[in-house]
Write a protein that binds this ligand. Sequence first.
Ligand code: ADP
Ligand code: MG
Length: 247
Amino acid sequence: MEQTILSVQNLEKTYHSNQLDSPVLKGLNLDVKQGEFAAVMGPSGSGKTTLLNILSGFLNADGGKVLLDGQDILHAQQEELTQIRQKKLGYVFQDFMLLDSLTTQENVYLPQVIAGKDQKEMMTDTELLFRQFGIRDIVLKYPGQISGGQKQRVAVARALSNHPLLVLADEPTGNLDSRSGEAVMDAFIKAKEEFGATILMVTHDAKAASRTGRVITLKDGEIRSELMKNGSDRSFMEEILHYLGEA
Ligand code: ADP
Ligand code: MG
């Protein structure tokens, strides 16, 4: 039986601005199992980024629990939270967030250096990730010299480099053309299959979502539905599109 890596229980978040309360998450429940690749979908403004930012420890919640491998990240002390962010979580953002003054290889080294990883292990791990993601020939290039799809594969390599318990990705294909987006999705599939990664990805793109095993849809601050993949990517995509069409 697979272990639950992430357990979100009754999560609540309200933004306050101009004396106006906007409840965004209203008691959201969600579990992610080890080795799972799941997608979160939902209309713009439904709270997907808010959810990911809370799971990342970047944003406070108003109520509920977020257990990462049993550890409550909402109530972790600052130092503990820093450790969790550095070693237990990996992040992939829509706009890559690579440092332009570092080579692609150095971008992937950086979080490993910060985590205090052994240098030899760091080189071996990075080399393997670059090889698996088909970006070995760009290791010495700078972000400004490579394509968006390549940048995002570098970002996926970086997210995996400290062997996190969970990778969080917010619209990772949102700034890419469909071909580059597919190459990035191939990298996520490899992350799962070759590196055993557990991934929670927010996406608008039904095709990207169809590559995962489960699609969770949000609406009005709650989980609206969960669709499980039973057949091919193709048939799952049709199921997702059909579902969204009726939503
Ligand atoms: P999604 O990623 O699904 O598009 P978000 O989580 O970004 O949704 O936003 C959910 C809702 O919360 C939106 O209505 C948005 O306007 C609002 N919101 C997001 N961030 C803030 C903020 N910092 N202050 C006030 N309202 C916010
Ligand atoms: Mg968003």
